[in-house]
Ligand binder design. Structure first.
Ligand SMILES: Cc1ncc(COP(=O)(O)O)c(C=O)c1O
Length: 370
């Protein structure tokens, strides 16, 4: 190695892409389906077909434990929840509409809304409320153009888990103003402490106005497999199927075999992973809180740390760029989550503890050098 070459390895805590593999039996199910060939290797259509039915049944059975019961045809299974979100948005919204959402919000929402010509209207999740919404004042963000509310609980990036009362408050608002709801539930199995998941579609009057969006990416660490689904109420089904056909991002057929096994047999795996994410959250948040200039409220769910950097004097873009350059540690700047959070950076806790310990040391070194 030539002298002077910096061999410090890159640590990427930017993307929310878990470091672990999908459960072994889930992998085996996909391999087996491929070996069997035939029906598993043809087009996967959104129309009913026997290969997909087993997967759709697994989704319906699984969701019964969380919220309302759906018919098989109400499950639209595209390639990941990103595609499911696009289908939901295109189904419920048109050019010129507004959608009420909480900020900070997952950056993946903004592009499809922009493409549709829909304006996001942000209700803040403020730090002094522990990043929970003020449902009393939420009505102030509703205009005659508002057509839907977008929820993400647990929230990416803040980790906020909406309480049952907050969820009810949002449902009341939706009913009062005749709004539809898109419920992004993809982190629901990673919830900590006394927080609980509430399915908004399970509340009275909400099933018919809610599209639930779910993914295998985070629950079963299957980001690269591209599998998710939308649960669509009867009255929006025809349009949603039309949009799904148009958006056309369907998973490979044999991935359905894996998805069904994950939903039926994958829960010990999820349990173990939840404990691991909890350990990471506790360690990272506490350790970062001891660095002068940084602070961190423990996330209620998800696997991100939302770290306040206000005490460093840098804005979030400058912070992540200089940190990456100096310490080879990649984080996500707060301003990408809706535009107003330059005081924060998001850290995806998707590396094992020894790597997170190194990341904390690099953060400390960086902040102290400022
Ligand atoms: C809140 C949220 N929704 C949706 C997605 C998209 O996930 P996928 O398309 O992998 O299912 C992500 C990915 O990070 C996310 O954080």
């Amino acid at each position: 190695m030539p002298s002077g070459v910096d061999m410090k390895e890159q640590i990427n805590l930017g993307a929310g892409d878990p470091d672990v593999e999908a459960p072994r039996n889930v992998v085996e199910a996909a391999v087996e389906a491929l070996r069997e060939g035939g029906r598993w290797t043809h087009y996967s259509h959104i129309r009913k077909n026997p290969t997909q039915d087993n997967f759709l049944e697994a989704v319906v059975d699984y969701y019964k434990g969380l919220g309302p019961t759906y018919e098989l045809e109400q499950v639209i299974p595209p390639a990941g929840s990103g595609a499911a979100l696009s289908i939901a948005m295109a189904t419920l919204l048109e050019k010129g509409d507004e959608i009420l959402m909480f900020e900070p919000a997952f950056m993946g929402y903004f592009r499809p809304l922009k493409e549709l010509g829909v304006k996001p209207v942000f209700a803040p999740l403020s730090e002094d409320r522990g990043f929970h919404p003020d449902t009393e004042t939420l009505g102030e963000y509703v205009t005659p153009k508002t057509k839907a509310i977008l929820l993400c609980s647990p929230n990416n990036p803040t980790g906020t888990v909406l309480t049952p009362e907050e969820t009810q408050g949002i449902a009341d608002l939706a009913i009062e103003h005749d709004l539809n709801v898109i419920a992004d539930e993809i982190y629901l199995h990673y919830i900590y402490d006394d927080n609980v998941f509430t399915s908004i579609s399970g509340l009275e009057g909400m099933k018919e106005r809610t599209i639930n969006v779910m993914s295998f990416s985070k629950t079963f660490s299957m980001t690269g497999w591209r599998l998710g689904y939308a649960l669509v109420p009867e009255r929006h089904l025809e349009k949603a199927k039309e949009k799904a056909g148009f958006i056309n991002a369907m998973p490979a057929t044999f991935v359905h075999a894996a998805g069904a096994v994950a939903l039926r047999e994958g829960w010990d795996y999820v349990d173990k992973l939840r404990k691991e994410y909890l350990k990471r959250r506790n360690y990272f948040c506490d350790a970062v809180g001891e660095i002068n200039g940084l602070s961190c409220q423990r996330a209620e769910g998800g696997f991100y740390a939302w770290v306040k950097i206000a005490g460093t004097g840098l804005d979030s873009q400058e912070f992540v760029e200089r940190l990456a350059e100096k310490e080879k540690l990649n984080l996500t700047p707060g301003h990408v989550f809706g535009g107003k959070r330059d005081d924060y950076v998001r850290v995806a806790l998707v590396r094992p503890m020894p790597v997170l310990e190194k990341a904390v040391e690099r953060l400390r070194g960086f902040v102290e050098s400022l």
